[in-house]
Every structure is written in structure tokens, then in C-alpha cells.
Design a protein. Structure first.
Length: 211
């Protein structure tokens, strides 16, 4: 059985996910935005972080990456188009927020289409650009879960007015990639509450009016 815990981390309340198979000692972190809160919970669970999966490179999603990588020796996965955000404050937009991201480097550059076997689990990578040029979603098909980052939210979508964003590209990613997944999936986004693909297929006001 796979367990998923959500922590609100960083200055903008990012949903950081701890994903692990019960009985295993290692886990995967998705979008960790701080060290202290994440490490405290991992210690409570007696887990070690094996991999850090990033949905995109905005500062609020990556602020804990360098510290957690150093703490656990975790490998960092990010799409190749967003990789420079890990060490460039202009690209990750922390300059705009008056803050700073401790620089780090990616270990694995994604393109989309990969199957990642990590911590006794398998994640499918789907390239879902539009919020950033390197946005990705991670599919945990065993549990029928999509980690959508800032691509798809409940009754909303990610903003497209920041550098690297494009509304048509984002909506194409949602409608022709995420919505094309067969059947229903739980959607765990980068902010606010969870939703489902079926609910968004029927009710999302942005995708309903697109095209």
C-alpha cells in the first residue's frame, strides 16, 4: 500500500507530498519548499528521501531542494527546460519575491515519457508545459493519482502571465494530455485542495471554454 502525506511548506503554502510504500524505508518528495518541516515529518516516519521530483522550477516549489539533497543525498528530477531555475534566481522568480533560493543542480533531466522506478514505486512523467516551459505532471498509476503541480487546480488552472508561461500551451497540456488519461484520477495539485480528473473534465471553467 502506498501512503501520501501533504505538508504545506514555504512562504506561499506549497503542497509538498511525501510518497512512500508502507514497509519501505525510503520515500519520494514532490515539490519540497523547506527543510525543517519536511525533515521533522520524515524523522517521525523513519523515512529517508531517495528522490525529489519537481513539477516545475518556480522558487516557491524548490526552496528546500538544496538542503534536502544535502541532508539525504537525494537525486533531483526536473524537466530540462526548467533545470536552470535550480541555480538562477531570475529564472525561478525569487528575485521578484525579494527572496533567494539556495542553488543546487539536477541529477536527472526529464523530457516527458519517462517511467521512474523510485522507492519501490513507479511514476510516469507527462510533459505539461504552459505554467512554465518545463512543467511536468507525475502519474502514480497504481493509486490513480496525478501530481499536477501548478498546471491544474480545482476549478482553475495555473497562471500563464509569468516568464515561460503560455495560456494556449497550458490548456493544451490539460485537455490533450491530462484529460486524455483513461478513467478517473485523483489530482493532487501544487496549491489548495485536491480534485479529480472527472470533476475537472466536467466543471473546469477554463478548459470548458477553450477552443
Amino acid at each position: 500500500m502506498i501512503s501520501i502525506e501533504k505538508l504545506l511548506t514555504g512562504p506561499l503554502g506549497v503542497n509538498t507530498y511525501i510518497v512512500y510504500r508502507e514497509g519501505e524505508r525510503s520515500c519520494v518528495l514532490i515539490d519540497p519548499a523547506e527543510l525543517k518541516k519536511v525533515k521533522k515529518r520524515l524523522d517521525e516516519l523513519s523515512l529517508k528521501c531517495e528522490a525529489i521530483l519537481l513539477t516545475h522550477g518556480h522558487f516557491d516549489h524548490i526552496m528546500g531542494v538544496a538542503a534536502l539533497k544535502n541532508e539525504y543525498g537525494a537525486r533531483v528530477y526536473i524537466h530540462k527546460n526548467d533545470a536552470a531555475a535550480l541555480y538562477d534566481d531570475k529564472i525561478n522568480l525569487s528575485v521578484m519575491a525579494g527572496t533567494h533560493v539556495e542553488p543546487s543542480k539536477a541529477d536527472v533531466l526529464l523530457e516527458g515519457g519517462e517511467k521512474l522506478k523510485l522507492a519501490a514505486m513507479e511514476f510516469d512523467v507527462i510533459s505539461t508545459p504552459g505554467h512554465t516551459s518545463g512543467g511536468v505532471s507525475y502519474i502514480l498509476d497504481e493509486e490513480r493519482i496525478v501530481f499536477s503541480g501548478d498546471t491544474l487546480f480545482r476549478l482553475s488552472v495555473g497562471r500563464c502571465d509569468l516568464p515561460g508561461g503560455d495560456e494556449e500551451t497550458l490548456l493544451h497540456s490539460i485537455v490533450y494530455k491530462l484529460f486524455e488519461l483513461k478513467g478517473d484520477y485523483k489530482v493532487l495539485p501544487g496549491h489548495i485542495r485536491e480534485t479529480t480528473l472527472d470533476f475537472e473534465r466536467e466543471n473546469n471553467p477554463y478548459t470548458r471554454r477553450w477552443g
